[in-house]
Write a protein that binds this ligand. Sequence first.
Ligand code: AQP
Length: 354
Amino acid sequence: MTEAQASPPDAPRAPSAEPKKRPRVFSGVKPTGTLTLGNYLGALRNWVQGQREVDPIFCVVNDHAITIRIDPEELRRNTREVAAIYLAVGLDPEHCILFVQSDVPEHTGLAWVLNSVTYYGELHRMTQFKDKTAKGKLEGVSAGLLNYPILMAADILLYNTDEVPVGEDQKQHVELCRDVAIRFNGLFGETFVVPKPVIPKVGARIMSLDDPTRKMEKSNPNAGSYILLTDGPDVIKKKLARAVTDSGSEILATPDKPAITNLLTIASALTGKPIPQLQEAYVGKMYGHLKKDLGELVSETLKPIQEKVATYLADPAQLEAILDRGAERARAIAGPTLALAKKRIGLGWKAAAR
Ligand code: AQP
């Protein structure tokens, strides 16, 4: 029995009472560029590690990418590449539902419904909106950038999601999603499962290599600020060698050493070794030693992923078949949820929808 059959849109439903063996997990990355080491450590790696314990749905959220100006051909290329990265890092398409957001129109459909229960003030307060609008310069900023968290709420709520594994920067958006779900349920009757964010213990906030007070992000105009998952060993080593450091010479993760803390955090996330153990190993050594070791470590971690990405990109038919199948499975869940939300709010108006 498909989930669509299990939850017909007009059947009364109490989401919290649904029998579930494993928590439903939903997350995604927007293809605004090639993914960074921050995206990998804050999100992808944790998705892969936890995929067997959950009921996982992962999406390339390309509808989000058009909230900033992006060349259409670049967006298409990035979308394919992000999908290839999902597979290359180890997401299993037999187990996870993997798809591209724009192939499931229920996302934008539900976003419009949720627009009506989300307040302008809530959106305006979002830290990411404030950061991306360069602290108040609103000229040329799309309405989509402001409304982005509503679409993200729709992404999550469509799938009766229990958990949303994200990096620290997205926690606020998941909290807004919770508020919106609770508000909708309160106004129109029990409709959505209220999800919770799941933040990794290490790697939740990888910082820029050129400014350790800013998070590493793929849309940063300075290529030296991030490591891309597609960067080759020489580029990785050069970027790390040029990464800013702190005053002093001791290799310690302390508040007055944000740059070294960031490098140690990356090393800890990749080796699984706690930071105190790494600090111990670097007693008496220079910043350069840490940077050199990290260059090797990051290159070795990314090499097998890069080889697999190339294999998936070389076979577009196979990639599209996997994503088409994922979109079909996603729609079987998303369709009934959207229909129920529309019915609750009065947009499902036909006699059969009552
Ligand atoms: N620096 C980071 N450290 C840890 N986790 C991070 N994530 C992003 N940057 C870091 C996590 O990656 C997932 C996907 O993010 P996204 O691409 O959908 O949006 P974002 O958070 O805005 O990521 P970027 O790289 O900063 O993108 P741009 O520059 O395009 O805005 C999320 O789980 C996020 O937490």
